[in-house]
Design a protein around this ligand. Structure first.
Ligand SMILES: O=P(O)(O)O[C@H]1O[C@H](CO)[C@@H](O)[C@H]1O
Ligand SMILES: O=c1cc[nH]c(=O)[nH]1
Length: 237
């Protein structure tokens, strides 16, 4: 089991103090760069290790950071652990893309992940004597909902699925995730919520639907076009 207690870490080259307490976490490092270029002032890049770009700046005068996390729970697990334990991040807000799981959840709409079911082993490896339920921070969720309402954006709130599989395999489930009311599928939030809970800090996942049964979006749209979730997340700084 790796233990790193000082900065820089093997994955983040920043010094302590260079990353804000509130950080936005897209999976895609180029989405992080887009957010820094588009929304932040006084920007300083704090990470390029593995091309996992990270930036700190100000939004409406308040300090905020943004950094990519890569794809999947193990990658999110590494970055969120280091951001919390080495760099002191207190509000970690994932802004990701997701596939819809319900007919009323349409492409380009936002989903706030209240809870994150998972097919990943990440949560189980905490070694708890039962099944942990990874949930978001109620405080961040309340603020995000208020912000979305004020900005006039449509959104859904509910359960999401952090899957280890992007290209689906049909397993012989007794029940399906949609039958259990799960709204959308992505790949990291269960790890983020679990690490945040273990450390007593706040986390929230805001998603934009990028894939539906009849519609998919381009890589460029996933990088730059899903601005509503970026604006809602930035309003939480
Ligand atoms: O757009 P991001 O934030 O990377 O999120 C989603 O997109 C990736 C798969 O294309 C996975 O990381 C999934 O969670
Ligand atoms: O994990 C993901 C992300 C986007 N779209 C999907 O279908 N799955």
């Amino acid at each position: 089991m790796a233990k790193h207690t000082t900065a820089p870490t093997p994955h983040i080259q920043a010094q302590v103090g260079e990353i804000a307490e509130t950080i936005l976490l897209p999976g895609d490092p180029l989405r992080a760069k887009f957010i820094a270029d588009t929304y932040l002032e006084n920007v300083k890049q704090f990470n390029a290790t593995r091309n996992m770009f990270g930036f700190t700046g100000t939004y409406k005068g308040r300090p905020v950071s943004v950094m990519g996390t890569g794809m999947g729970c193990p990658s999110m697990g590494i970055y969120s652990y280091e951001l919390i334990h080495i760099y002191g991040c207190k509000n970690l807000i994932r802004i990701g893309t997701a596939g819809t799981m319900q007919p009323e959840v349409h492409v380009k709409e936002m989903v706030f992940g209240m809870g994150a079911c998972t097919t990943s082993n990440y949560v189980r490896l905490m070694g708890l004597p039962g099944t942990f339920a990874p949930i978001c921070s109620f405080e961040l969720l309340e603020k995000a909902v208020a912000s979305a309402k004020e900005l006039g954006y449509n959104y859904h709130v509910g359960n999401i699925l952090s899957s280890d599989v992007f290209y689906g395999v049909d397993l012989p489930h007794g029940k399906t995730w949609p039958e259990m009311g799960v709204l959308a599928v992505e790949m990291e939030s269960a790890a983020l919520y679990t690490n945040a809970a273990a450390a007593g800090v706040n986390a929230l996942c805001i998603l934009t639907i990028s894939d539906g049964p009849d519609e998919v979006t381009t890589a460029e749209e996933r990088q730059t076009a899903f601005t509503q979730m970026m604006e809602v997340a930035l309003s939480l700084a």
